[in-house]
Design a protein around this ligand. Structure first.
Ligand code: HEM
Length: 404
């Protein structure tokens, strides 16, 4: 067997906080799939190029049933009854995966987001900007905006009380933090399961009809029920954790990036029609899923010249793939005018992010309004002192002190 070339997890260089780990980008040029060793001693593969990464996501011979979700762990097993997410469809294959996903898609189309969410989004963003204007000149953008807006949006969509945000945010943070022990991460996951279980019971008791959760509760009732309670809770948990931490991380990091690229920020603010393309470029450039996402081979197969054995884990290093010079010209440069066909910042294939139109709407609303309201916004600390999150599944900024 080929010796492992890389030990996972590989982290970013603090001196160059907006770039993917240098090992990934160097090794990407040597071969498309690298043999890696995970912390538990098992070995697998890392796909660092765009073409092969997309292929891994899109190949029906690759299964999303990797357990212990994320990838620096390198653990692969069939999800069992005792795994908290065995009912989260992000870990399922077809045809089962599609059955659950189709229950939700109509809430996440561009039209549904525009009609149902946009007016709410405009209102809450304006209210938060007013609060910032009334507060101290120097403030933490994460606390003031990047965390509350995605939390409010997911609460509104699901019908979850915003008053519970500290609990579900800290549980999600623990669950997604690869720097914490497995026990701590599992505690976070179980907290979310208990929370949604209680919320479902409460909604049943009060007959609350607000949000997607109430709609799913209906689908779990009566003779023609299409969901069991466990499946219902799995869906609620998945939406809650997937829907806010990701967008909060992206919002903080995008703001930091725009603040450190003055010329491009000014040009964008002078041409609001460019915001859609600019957000795709930020998604590509930042690719917040920092340790990549895994798939397990269902049979022996070959991708990018690598012979992958049945049961082996292949991790797509999306941040390296989204900077593959074979596909993107001058890939390490931020270019808000870039013309590109696609990136894999929201994943690819059947599991591509269900909430991507929600995330886009949030970013498209917050970023222009923020810089229009506070055109002199600037970092209050040097870039090297901005505390980055090197251990979260989603890369981000822990605290972003800015002056308006
Ligand atoms: C910038 C913000 C976001 C990023 C970067 C992001 C990223 C991703 C990625 C990479 C996947 C693919 C997972 C895989 O292939 O294994 C995914 C799936 C998913 N995302 Fe997002 N996401 C974001 C926001 C959201 C939001 C706002 C929601 C909900 C409102 C959401 C809900 C989901 C769900 C339910 C899935 C599972 C889809 C499936 O398996 O079919 N995401 N996301």
């Amino acid at each position: 067997m080929t010796e492992p070339l890389v030990d996972q997890p590989v982290t970013r260089d603090p001196a160059n906080p907006l770039a993917p780990p240098v090992e990934f980008t160097q090794l990407r040029e040597e071969q498309p799939l690298l043999k890696v060793r995970f912390p538990n001693g098992s070995t697998g593969w890392l796909a660092t190029r765009f073409e092969e990464g997309s292929q891994v996501f899109n190949d029906p011979r690759m299964s999303a049933r990797r357990w212990r979700h994320d990838t620096p762990e390198g653990e692969v097993a069939e999800a069992g009854e005792d795994s908290p997410f065995d009912v989260g469809f992000v870990f399922m294959d077809e045809p089962e995966h599609g059955v659950y996903r189709r229950l939700l898609t109509r809430h996440f189309t561009p039209k549904a987001v525009q009609n149902k969410l946009q007016p709410y989004l405009d209102r809450i963003v304006d209210e938060h900007l007013d609060a910032i204007a009334a507060g101290p000149e120097t403030f933490d953008f994460i606390e003031a905006m990047a965390l509350p807006i995605p939390c409010l949006v997911i609460c509104e969509l699901l019908g979850v009380p915003y008053a519970d945000r500290d609990g579900f945010h800290h549980a999600t943070e623990a669950m997604m933090d690869m720097g914490r022990s497995r026990e701590e991460r599992d505690r976070g996951a179980h907290w979310l399961i208990d929370y949604i279980t209680q919320l479902v019971a409460e909604k049943r008791r009060t007959g609350d009809t607000d949000g997607i959760l109430a709609e799913l509760i209906n689908k779990a009732e009566g003779e023609d029920a299409v969901l069991t309670d466990r499946q219902l809770i799995g869906l609620g948990v998945l939406l809650l954790f997937a829907g806010h931490d990701t967008t909060a991380a992206m919002m903080g990091l995008s703001t930091l990036t725009l603040l450190t690229h003055d010329e491009q920020r000014h040009s964008l603010m002078g041409a609001p029609e460019k915001i859609g393309g600019a957000i795709e470029e930020l998604m590509r450039f930042l690719t917040i899923v920092q340790f990549g996402l895994g798939r397990v081979a269902k049979e022996d197969l070959e991708i990018g010249g690598a012979r992958i054995k049945k049961g082996e884990l292949v991790v797509v290093a999306m941040n390296a793939a989204n900077r593959d010079p074979r596909v993107f010209q001058d890939p390490d440069a931020l270019d808000l005018d870039r013309k590109m066909t696609r990136h894999i910042g929201f994943g690819y294939g059947v599991h591509a992010c269900l909430g991507q139109n929600v995330a886009r709407a949030e970013l498209r609303t917050v970023l222009p309004k923020l810089f229009a309201r506070f055109p002199d916004l600037r970092l209050a600390t040097p870039l090297e002192e901005v505390p980055m999150d090197f251990t979260g599944t989603n890369y981000g900024v822990r605290k972003l002190m800015v002056t308006r």
